[in-house]
Design a protein around this ligand. Structure first.
Ligand SMILES: [Zn+2]
Length: 135
């Protein structure tokens, strides 16, 4: 005797096209009932009167059209510059705006800020602290 998972597995393999009770393809799909992350659909077999619910789960997304990048501002403090011993008046605080920061991990954000400090001041640095970053 077949176990339920085997029947279910065969049903899924067949793409939900055959009655899991009698194998008929005369299926009568009902309305799809959907929520944000699942879809359920009531199905009846026209040959043997079996009924069941197809359960769909979210497995991915397709054709994403990215929207506008969201800017996020980071407050960079305690910048320690590498000035080769020269005493140069450089800002110890900067605001750095990063577009699409929510798509970056903390290391990528740190790298971005690090580059920005060098671009803005023209100097390399030995470290900084950031607020608005989980480290
Ligand atoms: Zn059937």
């Amino acid at each position: 005797m077949k176990t339920i998972p085997e029947i279910e597995n065969k049903y899924i393999t067949d793409g939900g096209s055959r009655c899991p009770s009698c194998g008929s393809i005369e299926l009568d799909p009902g309305e799809k009932d959907s929520d944000s992350n699942y879809v359920r659909q009531h199905i009846e077999c026209n040959d043997c009167d079996a009924s069941w619910i197809d359960v769909y789960t979210l497995t991915g997304i397709d054709k994403l059209e990215p929207g506008k990048p969201q800017n996020k501002v980071f407050n960079v403090n305690n910048i320690k510059y590498d000035t080769d011993g020269e005493n140069i008046d450089l800002p110890t605080h900067l605001s750095v705006t990063i577009a699409g920061a929510h798509l970056m991990n903390d290391d990528e954000i740190s790298d971005h800020i690090s580059d920005e400090i060098s671009n803005v001041t023209g100097f390399c640095h030995k470290g900084f602290t950031v607020t608005g970053l989980d480290t």
